[in-house]
Design a protein around this ligand. Structure first.
Ligand SMILES: Nc1ncnc2c1ncn2[C@@H]1O[C@H](COP(=O)(O)OP(=O)(O)OP(=O)(O)O)[C@@H](O)[C@H]1O
Ligand SMILES: [Mg+2]
Length: 259
């Protein structure tokens, strides 16, 4: 179980997260949504133990702020919003970086690459890959770090910050299914998402942030409602509204356009 109470994070002089409480259960995908700058990455980094915060947060009963890095590395793996790699590492070398922090070494780097649709990319140079390919290499690295969805210390946790932002629609589904499979096998998944359709499809529970504050947390179908989303994103959003006949629309946009 991931339990956070009253988290407050101050960066510079501003509180960018203001008294946010958050829970996530193993076996589920929990989504964090909200507009740009609402504090999603900050919340994920605080929960990862990468940012100092006020309040209380625990993962499988372990206090996140006090846990040593090795203990956190065995419990959770973090896919950051962006992870530049400054050296001409091969794809396999980047994925193997996950082994350094791994407790069990249960996931073979080549198998992880196959899981993200990059079998055969092992010897390619990382900087020469496309943006979406690089994002999936990092996901493979994170999967290698974590190993199996559960271990001797209970469920393991995937923290994913916009895991599908750089991906085409087919690979978005592949990665979300992978995350859902990890949760089904007993692990925990917390994912920051901008795509509300993927959120509706894959997240059991959703947390909506705006302006560094919690707007709502609960079952996804209850949190994602017209009035709340329209107010948080400051644009008219109507769920399940088909566009007018004769107008183009893409499935991701259905309901957000033409309202
Ligand atoms: N190091 C920092 N110093 C000062 N302010 C910061 C710092 N890092 C982030 N912020 C501010 O904190 C707020 C929340 O940032 P955060 O990265 O958590 O947003 P986000 O919800 O992840 O947005 P996005 O959807 O654009 O990724 C933003 O207004 C940002 O400008
Ligand atoms: Mg962010």
């Amino acid at each position: 179980m991931l339990i956070a109470e009253n988290l407050t994070v101050t960066l510079g002089r501003r509180p960018v997260l203001d008294g946010v409480s958050f829970t996530a259960r193993p076996g589920e995908v929990t989504a964090i949504v909200g507009p740009n700058g609402s504090g999603k990455t900050t919340l994920l980094r605080a929960l990862s133990g990468d940012l100092p915060f006020r309040g209380a947060a625990s993962l499988n009963g372990v206090a996140i702020a006090r846990a040593p890095v090795w203990q956190l590395a065995a419990l959770r793996a973090v896919l950051a919003q962006s992870t530049p790699v400054g050296f001409a590492f091969t794809v396999l070398e980047v994925v193997r970086l996950g082994l350094g922090a791994s407790a069990g070494r249960e996931t073979d780097p080549r198998a992880a690459l196959a899981q993200v649709g990059l079998a055969g990319y092992e010897a390619r140079l990382f900087p020469e890959l496309s943006g979406g390919e690089q994002a999936r290499v990092h996901l493979a690295r994170v999967l290698v770090q974590l190993g199996a969805p559960t271990g001797p210390d209970g469920p393991r946790w995937l923290f994913l910050d916009e895991p599908v932002a750089a991906l085409d629609i087919g690979h978005q589904l592949q990665v979300m299914r992978l995350a859902a499979g990890f949760a089904r096998a007993g692990g925990g998944v917390v994912a920051v998402l901008h795509d509300l359709n993927l959120t509706a499809e894959f997240a059991t529970t959703t947390t909506l942030l705006a302006g560094g504050r919690l707007v709502a947390q609960g079952p996804t179908a209850e949190v994602l409602c017209d009035t709340r989303l329209s107010a948080a994103y400051r644009c008219p959003i109507r769920l399940n509204v088909a566009p007018e006949a004769g107008r183009w629309f893409l499935p991701q946009m259905a309901g957000a356009l033409h309202s």
